[in-house]
Every structure is written in structure tokens, then in C-alpha cells.
Design a protein around this ligand. Sequence first.
Ligand code: MG
Length: 349
Amino acid sequence: MQLRFFPYELKLKHAFNLASSSRTSTPVVITELTSDGITGYGEASMPPYLGESHASALDFLSKVNLSSVKNPFLIEDILEYVDSIAPANYAAKASIDIALHDLTGKLAALPCYKMWGLNRDKTPHTSFTIGIDTPETVKQKTEDASPYTILKIKLGRDNDRQLIEAIRSVTAKPLSVDVNQGWTDKYYALDMILWLKEQNVLFVEQPLPKKLMNDAAWLKQYSPLPIIADEAVQTAKDIPLINDVYHGINIKLMKCGGMRAARNMVAVARSIGLKVMIGCMTETSCAVSAAAQLSPLCDWADLDGNLLITNDLFQGVEIINGKITLQDSAGIGVRRVENYELKIANYEK
Ligand code: MG
């Protein structure tokens, strides 16, 4: 099996403003695993707050030697070896995991969700993120989001109510809210959540800083809306720790190391009665389509990373009337865009 990989920079349609930061691009690495003339595609996306970079991912991938692997279907063995190369490096590991799932799906001529026995009728609708901005721009972005049935709003600044009111002046669609740890007081958080419930919000992601476990446990007790852990949960080993603190978890392939680790997280979360959401980073349609294969297992999805960039390298999962729609194409279900090689070759740091 041969591994190739290329650095690439995703350009964002709108600056991505969080409670704590703002950026206009995201570094990714595209991987290719080839066996018997068939190629599987993978991706590592590395928003800066996760601590990985082009340099770290390229360094990790240069240590991966799969040239002696004859049977790509030994997924457990292969990914155990990849895990053993170095700790952390979750996005870099995810790029191998995704390419391997894509490759084996193509060799078996089956989409991943079918290999896992999942029902594609059970895919959730995806939310579409409206980034923090001036109320005027937020209004415009909301109008642009007409194909989506659930809108995700990033809160955590001092104009939260104003933003929700700006959106409510143009649409009555259900909303999900992501605070990205932006509220610091549990009473303020509860007040906001009580108010957000009246605004037809479905759930709230990471309202408090991840370190405030006691405050978050208190909030879980009183909140009329489900509270979902994102920053507070990275891998399966974190899940039992937050059982009394959150109602559910947001799983992302780049946080946990790929599709195999994500499926394991779903199983652990379900075993203790937690809700499950599948999310993404700013990613091409490659990693987003990989995550979509798992979405029949999830209550909610936030798979819009590919919709927020201008230079995607793949076509993949479709969103039809807001619903994630899985097709019959094998593996993770992606095709390279025209000029894929050229786009990668022309990439300049
Ligand atoms: Mg989040």
C-alpha cells in the first residue's frame, strides 16, 4: 500500500469568528492510500486551537510506513500501528484512517455506512453555521442559508441576544447554539438558556469553559435544553468523566483520530445514555463525507465545514432539503474535483 500526502490551505468564504478568535483560512493535509491501483482519500484539518499544524502533520505522516501492507482490510492492525508511532496527532491519524476506510470501501465496492450495516434513512439534518458578525451581516448570512433546516449560531460575546433577535427577524427555523466556552458564569448561562428555549433553540454546545466541571454539572441539572460537550470531550476516554456534566457529546474525526475512533465514541456514549452529535472542522468534502457515513448513528449533525470554503478539492455528501443524503458510491463517497492535482501543485504556503 502506498501513501502520498500534500499540504493545502482552505480559504473561508467568511472570516470565522469565535468567542475567542478569528481566521480566514485553515491548513489541511490531503492523503492518498493506493493498493491494487485503487486510491482512497483522506484529510487532516488543523484549526490552530487543536495544536497541530502543517509541520506536525507532515512530520507525522513522513514516519508512517505502510509499504509492506498487502491487505488493507486489516484496518485494526494498521491503525494500531499508526497510533503507536507517536501520541496525539489526532488529525494526522484521522487522515490515514479516512483514506483507509475509503480505500477498503472502494475495494469492496461498498459505501462505509453499508459495510457497517447502517440505515441511510436515519441520517439527521445538518445545521448550517452562521458565524458571529454584525447583526446586518448575520441577517444576510441567514438569508443565504435558505436550503438548510437548522441554523447554528455561535454565541459568547456581549451581543448574544441582539444576534438571536437579528436572526429571528428573518427566520423562524430551529436553531442550535454553540458558545465555545464563551460564558463564564453559570447563573448567566442558565438565564440565557431559559431565554434561548423561548427562541426555539434545540440544544446548546459548550456554554461554559471546559474546566468548570462543577458549574456545568449544576447547569445540566437546571437547563431545559440539552447541553452538549465539544471542547470538553476529545476521545472516548473523556466520555465517562462528563457523564454527569453534559447531556451529550460532539464527536469530530479530527479530535478523536478518525472514523474508527468516532464509532467507538458513539458506542461508549450510547452505553451510558448520552446524546450524540457529529461535527466537523473547516474541512473539504473529503473529511465531511467521511463523517457523514457515521451520521445515521447520531442524533444531530453539524457537517457544514465544506460549505464554508471556496476551494474544495472533492465532491461528496449531498444535503437535500437540509438532510444528509448518503449515496451508493463506495468508500466515503467522494470524487476529486477537476484540476485536483493542479490545485494541490499550485498551493503556495
Ligand atoms: Mg463546537
